[in-house]
Write a protein that binds this ligand. Structure first.
Ligand SMILES: NC(=O)c1ccc[n+]([C@@H]2O[C@H](COP(=O)([O-])OP(=O)(O)OC[C@H]3O[C@@H](n4cnc5c(N)ncnc54)[C@H](OP(=O)(O)O)[C@@H]3O)[C@@H](O)[C@H]2O)c1
Length: 374
């Protein structure tokens, strides 16, 4: 994907881009865009080959929220279409920045494409930032690339886990920290919707291992019950149609990954004042009503805004404080993934399209982790 500056010179290569219709995510197609030859790159630019990326329900949420949260502006596509951002790896194949050699491997936010031109800025030993003007409307985390050449934590299966889970587990880590800091708002248990999702089971793992005395209750679809039970980090697993069987006098904190308005209302009415916290995180079910009123019994539902917690902890814990704690939590989590996830690698436009549509339509089993490339 090439954006921004006009290029000159002979175009020798093309980028293959996978794009979706913004107003109908079921419509998708592959297009080709021109790539500049290395000599025509602007100063400080890098031509990066996108080598592999993860695709989960989180990426579908980026598409659903594309206009509202400006995700579509990151990797522009033709009118009416959008390129969904994905977490993954890219190899620098041409460089006009003196500090970044050809062959450098980067981890970060990429388009679903074979190539991306990055305007390298703030280059350090650890990473760099894409300074392209059209990317500056989003949180800085989406423009940061980590230099990972030769880093064993980012190669092979470890690399797959990073792409599939690291950004999700950061959210799990922040929610666990936020709830613990607030003593779970007086709740004795945490309820997680879409308990089979990677973000949910990351949080369940943290609460289960770190917060003794807090019961972890997973809510999921009938087809995913066995998987959720097998994880061993949920004390109880309940299907969506049985949530009112939970004892209503047990104080709970609700962490919502499903974004299902009907389920939220049912839970609030069931638990009433025992609903001590209600945080909206995800949108896997895509059943949120835009006109939803949050005047429900119990704690008022509110969006969990990760950057707020990051800012707060960065101030309190000082430089590197989050990284050290997150690193320790990640190291404890990753060994579990060999039992919990089966990583499948898929290549080429047809496979990418298939996995995209399967993910969009809820046809991916929760133990599957897809690593793709175009
Ligand atoms: N706010 C943030 O900063 C932030 C950060 C990270 C993640 N999140 C959100 O957390 C959610 C989970 O993301 P993930 O990548 O961890 O998910 P994932 O692992 O791909 O989750 C898969 C699960 O989601 C449910 N699901 C997925 N597609 C569905 C569909 N079309 N219809 C019905 N259910 C469907 C199913 O769970 P059940 O059967 O158990 O419901 C499925 O097993 C996403 O909405 C993501 O955006 C938000």
């Amino acid at each position: 994907m090439i954006t921004g500056k006009k290029t000159t010179g002979i175009n020798q290569m093309k980028s293959t881009d996978f794009i979706v219709a913004r107003n109908d995510l079921q419509q998708c197609k592959v297009i080709e865009t021109e790539l500049p030859d290395a000599g025509a790159l602007p100063d400080d630019a890098l031509l990066v080959k996108v080598t592999r990326f993860a695709f989960t329900a989180n990426n579908v949420t980026y598409a659903v929220m594309g206009d509202q949260l400006k995700y579509w502006s990151l990797f522009p596509a033709p009118d009416g279409f959008g390129n969904i951002p994905v977490w993954g790896f890219g190899e620098v194949i041409a460089s006009r920045h003196p500090g970044i050699p050809v062959g450098e491997m980067l981890f970060g936010y990429f388009p679903m494409a074979t190539h991306l031109v990055i305007e390298a800025a703030d280059v350090s030993k650890r990473g760099l930032r894409d300074g392209a003007a059209h990317r500056q409307d989003v949180s800085p985390v989406y423009n940061a690339y980590t230099r990972v050449s030769g880093n064993p934590a980012f190669t092979g299966k470890q690399g797959d886990y990073q792409a599939l889970l690291r950004p999700l587990f950061m959210l799990s880590f922040l929610v666990d920290d936020y709830l613990a800091e607030n003593e779970f708002f007086g709740a004795r248990g945490v309820l997680l919707s879409s308990a089979s999702s990677k973000t949910a089971f990351g949080l369940a793992h943290l609460v289960h291992t770190l917060r003794k005395g807090i019961k972890v209750i997973g809510l999921t679809s009938a087809s995913n019950v066995e998987f959720v039970k097998s994880l061993g980090c949920y004390d109880e697993v309940v299907t969506y149609d049985r949530v009112t069987s939970l004892p209503p006098d047990f104080a709970v904190a609700y962490v919502d990954m499903a974004g299902n308005s009907g389920l939220r209302e049912k839970l609030h009415r069931h638990f009433g004042d025992q609903m001590k916290y209600s945080g909206i995180i995800g949108l896997t079910h895509r059943l949120s009503s835009p006109d939803e009123k949050f005047e429900l019994p119990g704690a008022k539902p509110r969006f969990f805004f990760a950057p707020d917690q990051i800012r707060k902890r960065a101030k309190e814990w000082g430089p590197g404080g989050i990284d050290v704690r997150f690193g320790a939590a990640w190291s404890d989590f990753v060994p579990k993934l060999d039992q919990w996830l089966s990583v499948t690698e898929g290549r080429g436009p047809d496979t990418v399209k298939q996995i995209y549509l399967d993910t969009l339509n809820g046809r991916v089993a929760p133990n599957e982790g897809h690593i793709l490339s175009l």
